[in-house]
Ligand binder design. Sequence first.
Ligand SMILES: Cc1ncc(COP(=O)(O)O)c(C=O)c1O
Length: 569
Amino acid sequence: MPITAQWALAAVLVLLIAPRLLRRLQLSRAKHPSLTGHARIARMLAKFVPCYEYDDEHFFRADGAPELVATQRRSAFQRLASLYAQRFALTAQKTAEVQGGISDLQFTARYRVPFQFSRLVRQHLNAGAFVSSSSGPTTTDLDGNRRYDLTGSYGVNVFGYNFYKECIERGSARVRDLGPVLGALHPLTADNVQRLRQISGLDEISFHMSGTEAVMQAVRLARYHTTRRYLVRFCGAYHGWWGDVQPGVGNPQRARDTFTLRDMNTRSLTVLQSRRDIACVLVNPLQALHPNIAAPSDSTLLDSSREAHFDRAAYTKWLQQLRAVCTERGIVLIFDEVFLGFRLARGGAQEYFGVKADMVTYGKTVAGGLPIGVICGRRDLMRRFREDRPADVCFARGTFNSHPYIMGAMNEFLLKLDSPVIQAHYRDLDRIWDERAAMLNKQLLEAAVNVRVANLSSVWTVRYLQPSQYNWMFQYYLRAQDLALSWVGTGRLIFSLDYTDADFAAVADRFVSAAKQMQADNWWWPGTELTNKAIRRRVLQEMLRVRLHRPLDRSVALAEDTKELASKA
Ligand SMILES: Cc1ncc(COP(=O)(O)O)c(C=O)c1O
């Protein structure tokens, strides 16, 4: 081939390949550098994490603390264990009886604390999983322990349990005549639709059985109407457990049609601006509290690097930028408000941040305490068929969609939403919860404990200021103070809006007492000079030793660390 032809061929190839390379580069640059930002690598590495457990000796000295400190911790653990055994006896016994038959319980029990510590904790600090009643912001277990509820029932409980009991009771009474007739609609459905249209500012509504299902259908519709392939989600954001929105650890299959981009970063905007194959962008506004970080859970709390800080102005600007680029590129902007909808404002995150989405998903609270997923969307996006192509449909049905009992409880919820009592909750909402968080932080500061809280309105997370491998123990001190936490422990505290100042003051006092006791028991051993990085490095070394079938000789590691600390001193 003559040389000029070769050059021409090379030039054509470069012209063809260069745009692809550029797009690939842009995509790589828009990924968050953490493992959470690299779903494929995270899934691959997860398979190599070996299981090992600290024995009794190392359980109390994982951070290289001297024997004296370990002894203090051991006796504190024993004290706590006998308190649990005494106070939660019936609840724990009932749980033990059924645990083998309930997969969910086995999973949550296993992932309350880092796996290295899990066995001893499961054996000795078992508060059980059963509750028998609720009242106001409290729940009561089978042993009669009444606790302030900080679980928020996964976010469902926005207005207090009494509110939801009423929604369910009154709603059930209103649909009783029809009973469980499915397919045909109860007349209350029409009112629900009108109210949701008004609240969301969007044209059409569809009802589903869970938040996960609503998100699935919203994405499916976006793909159908744009005829594009990819969905974009942001690093760390939870959108339910459907495969495409959960591309990382937890999903046995690779999600091929999902891009996970950096939250609040202009490089992600560049990707949205330059590609033609993106159908939709999913936003979970809860990420504003901890952008690019997965929902915090104590099962991964091996050090103190958990970060959280809500900047409303910065997040508002980010949503505005997203809105602009989605409009420009014909990408469907979906706000997933399954968690936060109705918690921040009557009109949810759209109202709170002042940004309109093309579709919004609601769930959790909106059916007055019963299971639900809702999509509100623009008319052109919600249609499941094409006028000109009768065989090209976007199928979505569900046996229990629009179930009369759910429609009844939802109607009560939506009616109550406009009542003066509930409107009063929304007034000054952020001021109240920001002040409460500041008050608790002040008390923690005065008590000289290295624990703080960060909040997005009534959703809180606990932060730890001093590097430590034992922060996960704090959840057990909080439970001993009759504060109920969900299985993610101190990663997420969810308050219902019916907490009075007196209720909150009681929670704050208990919280501070728990922290002081844990400090007195020397879990946050002040002599440690360990950094978070050093903790992570040590854990990594342990994993490597186990992978290489070397004994987990912690005494050698501890001796080395002690030497290192001594030389630093
Ligand atoms: C933002 C968000 N989307 C979707 C879901 C899934 O909802 P469900 O658990 O009802 O399937 C959740 C659940 O926590 C959520 O927080």
